[in-house]
Ligand binder design. Structure first.
Ligand SMILES: Nc1ncnc2c1ncn2[C@@H]1O[C@H](COP(=O)(O)OP(=O)(O)OP(=O)(O)O)[C@@H](O)[C@H]1O
Ligand SMILES: [Mg+2]
Length: 245
């Protein structure tokens, strides 16, 4: 079964070999972890590698950091997003709830006006960007702020499910980034997406250790181990993939 679907290379050295060769094309995957665990780096590396090495354009939608800051962080890893944006291989969409406009803080009501509607708006926004550059990859960074406004989990799950279905029908392979720490309740996106990759950043003796865990990957044989991970000037990589299924 594993070899019958097309695979999307993650661009994260050491990761594809522990998920049977790559992500299932056209599926959505949650990438979750605590602050500073590497979620944005993971997403930006996935898009950069897709656009540069595999000719697969990608859309990055930010709901937290502004685009200039993101591009500067990319430069610290040697990833020149400006070139790929100019070539329409990457499209960055700013969907933060509050933006500075004419030196005033403006609120974006189109996505943040209460229950039910946000996912419809977000889906339209994403699909128009995806069509514009014929994107094959998508990263949403992060979903958490959008999900916070829901008091009713039913509407939240329904909206998210609709959005993911629309993206999957379109054939894009999406990473849905979200905040999650050890003792938090299980986030709804974990049930709705096809896969879950958890990033950990934990204390080990007198230092911090980064690890990656594949918690779920529907229809795919994957590693059950916790893999050591490192972030350096080249980005993110797994240290020693100990299992090749
Ligand atoms: N060039 C680099 N070399 C080594 N480590 C780096 C480098 N650039 C970033 N880092 C590490 O990566 C971390 C940031 O990772 P990233 O922004 O991807 O995390 P995140 O999970 O998205 O965090 P947040 O929840 O705040 O959005 C930094 O805190 C730093 O420890
Ligand atoms: Mg981040």
């Amino acid at each position: 079964m594993d070899s019958t679907y097309s695979k999307i290379k993650t661009g994260i050295p050491g990761l594809d070999s522990i998920i049977s060769g790559g992500l299932r094309s056209g599926r959505s995957i949650s990438v979750s972890g605590p602050p500073g665990s590497g979620k944005s780096t993971f997403g930006l590396q996935y898009l950069y590698s897709g656009a540069k090495d595999f000719d697969e354009p990608g859309v990055f939608l930010t709901m937290s950091q502004n685009i200039d800051d993101i591009k500067n962080e990319c430069k610290s890893h040697g990833w020149d997003y400006d070139v790929l944006i100019a070539e329409e291989k990457i499209l960055m969409i700013d969907a933060r709830p509050f933006k500075i406009q004419d030196e005033l803080i403006g609120k974006d009501d189109s996505l943040y006006r209460g229950e039910q509607l946000p996912f419809e708006h977000l889906t339209k926004l994403l699909l128009s960007g995806i069509k514009r550059i014929e994107a094959k990859r998508l990263v949403i960074d992060s979903l958490t702020i959008l999900t916070m406004q829901y008091s009713d989990k039913f509407y939240m799950r329904q909206g998210l499910q609709g959005m993911i279905q629309a993206l999957e029908n379109f054939g894009v392979t999406s990473l849905i980034l979200s905040e999650h720490s050890e003792n938090d309740e299980i986030p709804i996106e974990w049930f709705v997406t096809s896969g879950i990759i958890q990033l950990h950043h934990t204390r080990k003796e007198d230092t911090m250790e980064r690890t990656l865990q594949v918690t779920k990957m529907r229809g795919v044989k994957h590693s059950e181990q916790i893999h050591l991970m490192e972030i350096n000037s080249d980005g993110l990589h797994l240290m020693h993939p100990r299992l090749t299924p």
